[in-house]
Design a protein around this ligand. Structure first.
Ligand SMILES: Nc1ncnc2c1ncn2[C@@H]1O[C@H](COP(=O)(O)OP(=O)(O)OP(=O)(O)O)[C@@H](O)[C@H]1O
Ligand SMILES: [Mg+2]
Length: 249
């Protein structure tokens, strides 16, 4: 069994004349956190959508636990997606549902075999993991932004995924809430052993959570490695992107 949870091979993707991915090769080792950095519009979200089969490659392959996603039929794709939890920037909770119903939502959809007691106990376990206790009856409007984020993450992991994808989890958050979200990402990795893929604009948080950083530019991964290795990258754009930030901080 390979040590890689996801492997992207020679991935090409265009939308009309817009050649977004031009041969991306990238592997995501099991139980590690990889942060994808890159400028706005560089294709980070497009790359992430391929990992879960929301977009199909023009050329190349995406392997998840050794399975080529493009070769899967509908049922196989559904069970593959059950391996994933996803946290989006605007991790929209349902405003009309309380925390219990929000977090339980995927279980109620996919695990009709579970009793009400079992559902409540699983929800309480996941909330406790992120330091949220006794909030089941509250509504999203009653929670702080940071608490909403944590509820969103509890929902993302309620099905016990082995892979969690985060698209811009900290964009628009204040520094303290950002730190909190970073700690959650680390917590999900250390407690659950998940493989995490994080898209970020936030260099501080990227360097805080990453085991590996992959830098996407011009349709290619132009720098890859540990945070300290990528920080020393000689690629002109990577250097500029990071040095602007490191000079200020
Ligand atoms: N479904 C689509 N149809 C057509 N073009 C698309 C589609 N999805 C993305 N694109 C284009 O692909 C390019 C990359 O978009 P993507 O959303 O991946 O950028 P990004 O790196 O995530 O940027 P940001 O940091 O702003 O979120 C953009 O030019 C975008 O307009
Ligand atoms: Mg994006």
């Amino acid at each position: 069994m390979s040590n890689e949870t996801i492997r992207v091979e020679e991935l090409y993707k265009s939308f009309g004349d817009n050649h977004v991915l031009k041969g991306v090769d990238l592997a995501f080792p099991k139980g590690t956190t990889t942060v994808i950095l890159g400028g706005s519009g560089s294709g980070k979200s497009v790359l992430m959508k391929h990992l879960i089969g929301l977009l199909q490659p023009d050329q190349g392959r995406v392997l998840v636990d050794g399975d080529d996603i493009a070769q899967l039929d509908g049922i196989e794709l559904t069970s593959l997606r059950a391996k994933f939890g996803m946290v989006f920037q605007w991790a929209a909770l349902f405003d009309s549902m309380n925390v219990l119903e929000n977090v339980a939502f995927p279980l109620r959809e996919h695990r009709k075999d579970l009793s009400e007691d079992e559902i409540r106990s699983r929800v309480a376990d996941k909330l406790a993991l992120f330091d949220l206790r006794g909030v089941e009856q509250k509504y999203p409007a009653d929670l702080s932004g940071g608490m909403r984020k944590r509820v969103g993450l509890a929902r993302a992991i309620i099905m016990d995924p082995t892979i969690v994808l985060y698209d811009e989890p900290t964009t628009g958050l204040d520094p303290i809430t950002t730190d909190y979200v970073d700690e959650m990402i680390k917590q999900a990795k250390s407690s659950l052993g998940v493989t995490s893929v994080v898209i970020s604009h936030d260099i501080a948080s990227a360097f805080n959570v990453a085991d590996y950083i992959a830098f996407l530019y011009g349709g290619h991964i132009v720098a890859y490695g540990s945070p300290s290795a990528v920080k020393e990258s000689s690629h002109p754009f990577v250097h500029q992107f990071l040095s602007t930030w490191f000079r200020k901080n």
